[in-house]
Design a protein around this ligand. Sequence first.
Ligand code: SF4
Length: 396
Amino acid sequence: MWILESTASAGRLLSAFRWSLDSLYSNLASLLCWLRATLSFPAAWKAQKQQVREGPGETPGQEEEEDSDVPTTPMSVNYHFTRQCNYRCGFCFHTAKTSFVLPLEEAKRGLLLLKEAGMEKINFSGGEPFIHDRGRYLGELVRFCKAELRLQSVSIVSNGSLIRERWFKDYGEYLDILAISCDSFDEQVNVLIGRGQGRKNHVDNLQKLRAWCRDYRVAFKINSVINRFNVQEDMNEQIKALNPVRWKVFQCLLIEGENSGADALREAARFVISDEEFEGFLERHKGVSCLVPESNQKMKDSYLILDEYMRFLNCRNGRKDPSKSILDVGVREAIKFSGFDEKMFLKRGGKYVWSKADLKLDWGFQLCNRIQVQNRSDVICLNGLALSGAWSRDFG
Ligand code: SF4
């Protein structure tokens, strides 16, 4: 009897012990599963996101749905507030399809929304941004973004033809970077491209603006679109002499509805160059340390573009499809339809030292350089001393 009772107790003990072990094992297994899922989530999410971006046959809007719970930060925004321009560049990919410009207070409201959503840099572009209200509208936006929103960087891209010294006096202190478009140092090529207005010389103007940027402490940048008419040009000496903080070199890009297709205002097919030709241009200028190249592939989806209604423009399908306006639906909702490729933005160096305070430029830098312009070669001095030749002038 005693033996039987002891055996029964031992059996109960053993069974209880096995239950505890089973329970412990089951709890441990659940914990391990949870840990594995948690640790592998970012990689899986990234892979899924990549698959959506690169997957064949995606439909418009598909990616936005996939990304909807991961808001994109509008760190750097390009606001094309006007489509009007005084130039007629044959490859222009933001043409004068409307004459609309937002009232100043509405534009400021949109900029505040962007700042609240994480914007650090704003770039004002067009069209020609200095055309509206003789640059006052632009100046007020620049001042608002720097003095009131305290953005790290405020920049402008302009063809430069309408900028007056008075503007620098009034607004220069609020501007970090001024980028001037220049595709050639041969005026005849500029005229062929459409960057020219009668008696005004685009290259002469560039020299004047370079000097004002130095005088009013604005970082100077040059943008060039490489196309059929300038792809063979050698710009090494001129660019080095102008000494910009950055020289952005773009490959001419076709955008349906802007410079290509039935409803476009331009037909840019005759300007297009191959990838190999673009590479050849870059190779010829590899000695220019400030050169930042942008092939079609890098350029297409790596910019957050806002149009004149403050709608993001999605270029994923080779045209500019607008979102709703941030003024109507807010930044977070509108940006889902921007088509923005944040990875490519970082890969192309979209985040760089972009405030003039951080650039630590030597504003006292005075440079004498030989600038050769095709058909004319003279010694000029950017500190204002005219040294020789018909091309020499006072840049002070
Ligand atoms: S200057 Fe710029 S906006 Fe004006 S036509 Fe030329 S590319 Fe277009």
